[in-house]
Each structure stands twice: as structure tokens, then as C-alpha cells.
Write a protein that binds this ligand. Structure first.
Ligand code: C5P
Length: 420
């Protein structure tokens, strides 16, 4: 997901969060977007036009005309230039004016005449945000005008109060915008409307009420795949064990099921799979679980060892593979300690799993590769297809988000009936 070459018109209004507009412009430019900024008069009290002009490399527009020479700042051509009009921060005052068609500054005139999609990132005090007037105005903008709302966050506000009203972080707003573009550009994706399960994260197997057996998986890869599929219009059922990764929160087509243990993950997958079009098994599921988890905390006995009996868990991917219908597409992961290039090692193990779990393809990654595996933001994978005539697809080291995009495209081709 990228903003390469996109024209983003940023509207900045008079909130203390306007200082974050500088970071927002910087991140947008870094993602390849061309940025122009229009400000309200009040925004100038919080951030200078010079700061924003330096970052976006264009003059900042504030008034309908230049008072020194009368030159008209055309709100119409601004709206025509933009691929997306993002108002961040958007104050309660600006939201109210947008909802009621007030056009008393350039930023608002541009809103009324813009033909491109518009989004707002509200920022205000918690009481202003939850006031029925503000909520009604947001409802009008969403339902009448199709304005996208980047929800404010809970947290400490400039007033010192704690609650919902803080503008979303610039990085989140950039992720939101990239997702919006991706959704509109993938209207014809073969994944549109497909119901896909994604398992992610680490399962947690209790030893007693305070201790557990688990692994280092953070869920980053699985969560990124869930978002990449959702961005292509799939209806994703994200079945997650313990994960430090989070969802951007702007996809209403991802449903999150929390399943801490392997047994709970199995139950949820078994319930969802018959109705699903496919599944990506990305979770690091425990192979063994304590056979007799204690109801009370184990006491420390320095004079004798504690022996835990472990029993095997059910292999979710293999069990789903057994009940798989024709047309359902499944993909698994093989994390190996042998080199991914090693035909006798990593590749052979992965191929065996592909067969035994009845998968359509398996994504092999090796802990031997720097930047691959648990916890990293990057991954280096090879996709091995069930079709022996298809060559292995070895991807270079990339961000997990970029790997997720490739995997989503691969699954899309499977649904599109093409050989990958
Ligand atoms: O056999 P191994 O654990 O290496 O296989 C890894 C693949 O199988 C991954 O796709 C993983 O999500 C899946 N798996 C599973 N249930 C298990 C163990 C692994 O779905 N109990």
C-alpha cells in the first residue's frame, strides 16, 4: 500500500493537534504523495504556514484571495487537483460548518466544491467530541456526504482531561489513507466478498493460573495479511492468539476472534471454515499443551524438579485440510531452521507439510535468514505451490506489509482461476 504519486490536499484547522500536521505532511511526502495545504485562519495560531510550506514545498493557502495583489485562490481547482481531501485536525467548529454548508473560508469553500473523496480526523476536548451536536454533525458528514472519519483516540488531552478526542497519530492517518486508496483501486479484485480466515499470533497454553507455554510470534505477519486481504475487499475472519500487533481499525471487513489457546483456535476455525472461501494459517500454534493444567499455582519446591506432561494439540491446518471442499483455497506457513534454499532441508520439509495439510501453497521462511521470522518488521519468504509445474516464488527481503501484499495477490490469483 503506497501513496506514490497521489495528490493529497491537507486542510488544517485551529486545534492544538495542528502541530501534528507537520509530521503528517512529512510522512505523506515520504510515502510518495504530493501534498498541498490549505489552512483556516485559526490554524495559524497553532502552526506557522512557513513550517508546512517548507515541508510540502508549496505555498500554503489560507484566504480566498491574496490580499496583496487580489489573486484568486481557486477552491474549485484545488478540489479538482486533489485525489483526496483530508482535514486533519478537524475541529468541532469546522465539522459543524461542513455539516451545515457554511463556506466562510477557503478550506470550507474547497469542501463544498470538492469532487474527490474527503476524510476528517477530528481533534477536540472529550466533552466537545461526545456532545450530541458534534456526533450529529459527524453522522451527517458520514451518511450524507460519505466523508471518512479517522476516529480520534482515547488518551490525555491538552486540557489535562483524559478521554476520547485526541487526533489519531499521523502514522495511523497515513495507513488509513493508503487503505482507502487500495480499497478503491482493487474494486475488481477476485478477493472482493470472499470470506477468508487468517490465523495469527502465538497460542498460549496454561500450565497453572499464572504460567503458560507459548512462543515468540508477535502476529505481525498474520495481521498484515488480514489487512492486505481486507484492502482487496475480502471479508476477513482474523482468529488471533496472543499478538502484540494491532489492527489499523479502519477496516470494517475484518472480524477479530480472540482465541488464546490452540484448542480455542481449533474450535473457532472448525466453526468458521465450512462457510469460508479460504484460509491462511499463519498462527504459531503450540504443538503440545500441558496435559493437566493445575487449578492452583504450582508451589516452588527447590528440592525436586517439576515434570510437566505435555499432550499433542490438534493440527488446525491439517484438520481443515481434511474437510476442505473443492474451491476452498488454503495457504500455510513453514518456519524452518534449515536454509530456505536448501532443497533437501527447508524446501523438502515445506513440501511435506503442503501435502500432509492439503494446502494450495505454503510460505516458507527460514530463521537462518537475517530479517526473517518472529518479531521483525521484515520477512524473506519463498512461496511453494501445490502445482509441481509452478516454479518456487522466492521474494527478496521486504517489509512484512509488502510480503503480505504479495501473498494477498497470490491468493487472489488462485480465486481468479489463474495459475500463479
Ligand atoms: O507443522 P508445522 O507446525 O511446522 O506447520 C506450520 C503450519 O501449520 C502453519 O501454517 C501453522 O499455522 C499450521 N499449524 C496449525 N495448527 C497446529 C500447528 C500448525 O494450523 N497445531
Amino acid at each position: 500500500m503506497s501513496l506514490q504519486g497521489k495528490h493529497i490536499l491537507l486542510g488544517v484547522t485551529g486545534s492544538i493537534a495542528a502541530y501534528k500536521a507537520a509530521m503528517l505532511v512529512r510522512l505523506l511526502v515520504k510515502e510518495g504523495a504530493e501534498v498541498r495545504v490549505v489552512m483556516s485562519q485559526a490554524a495559524r495560531d497553532f502552526i506557522t504556514p512557513l513550517t508546512l510550506a517548507t515541508l510540502c514545498k508549496h505555498p500554503i493557502l489560507i484566504d480566498n484571495f491574496d490580499p496583496t495583489n487580489g489573486a484568486w485562490n481557486s477552491h474549485i481547482s484545488l478540489g479538482e487537483w486533489a485525489d483526496h481531501y483530508l482535514i486533519a485536525p478537524a475541529t468541532a467548529n469546522t465539522l459543524a460548518k461542513m455539516a451545515h454548508g457554511v463556506a466562510d473560508n477557503l478550506l470550507l469553500c474547497t469542501y463544498l466544491s470538492a469532487r474527490c473523496p474527503v476524510s476528517v480526523a477530528p481533534a477536540m476536548d472529550l466533552d466537545m467530541y461526545r456532545h450530541p451536536a458534534t456526533q450529529q454533525n459527524l453522522g451527517i458528514l458520514r451518511d450524507r456526504d460519505g466523508v471518512g472519519i479517522v476516529e480520534p483516540q482515547e488518551g490525555e488531552l491538552a486540557s489535562g482531561l483524559v478521554g476520547k478526542g485526541r487526533m489519531a497519530e499521523p502514522a495511523e492517518i497515513v495507513r488509513y489513507l493508503a487503505a482507502r486508496f487500495m480499497l478503491s483501486e482493487t474494486e475488481n479484485s477476485p478477493l472482493r466478498g470472499k470470506k477468508i480466515i487468517v490465523t495469527a499470533g502465538a497460542t498460549v497454553e496454561p500450565i497453572d493460573p499464572v504460567r503458560f507455554v507459548s512462543n515468540y510470534s508477535t502476529g505481525k505477519m498474520g495481521y498484515a495479511i488480514a489487512e492486505a486481504l481486507a484492502a482487496r475487499g475480502a471479508r476477513v475472519m482474523l482468529v488471533s492468539g496472543h499478538a502484540t500487533a494491532t489492527l489499523g481499525g479502519f477496516y470494517d471487513n475484518i472480524e477479530l476472534f480472540r482465541t488464546p489457546s490452540a484448542a480455542e483456535m481449533y474450535e473457532t476455525c472448525a466453526r468458521l471454515f465450512p462457510e469460508a472461501d479460504g484460509a491462511v494459517f499463519c498462527a504459531a500454534v503450540a504443538d503440545y499443551t500441558p496435559a493437566h493444567p493445575a487449578e492452583e499455582k504450582h508451589k516452588h519446591h527447590p528440592d525436586r524438579p517439576l515434570i510437566l506432561e505435555l499432550k499433542p494439540t490438534r493440527d488446525i491446518a491439517a484438520e481443515m485440510g481434511r474437510i476442505k471442499r473443492p474451491g476452498q483455497v488454503t495457504l500455510g506457513f513453514a518456519l524452518e531452521t534449515a536454509a530456505a534454499t536448501d532443497e533437501g532441508g527447508g524446501v523438502a520439509y515445506a513440501q511435506k507439510k503442503l501435502e500432509s495439510k492439503n494446502l494450495d501453497a505454503i510460505v516458507l521462511n527460514s530463521l537462518r535468514d537475517a530479517g526473517a521470522g518472529f518479531g521483525t518488521d521484515t520477512n524473506k519468504v519463498t512461496i511453494i505451490d501445490r502445482d509441481p509445474d509452478l516454479p518456487h516464488l522466492s521474494l527478496p527481503l521486504k517489509s512484512k506489509m509488502a510480503v503480505a501484499e504479495d501473498i494477498a495477490e497470490y491468493i487472489g490469483r488462485k480465486f481468479g482461476g489463474c495459475r500463479s
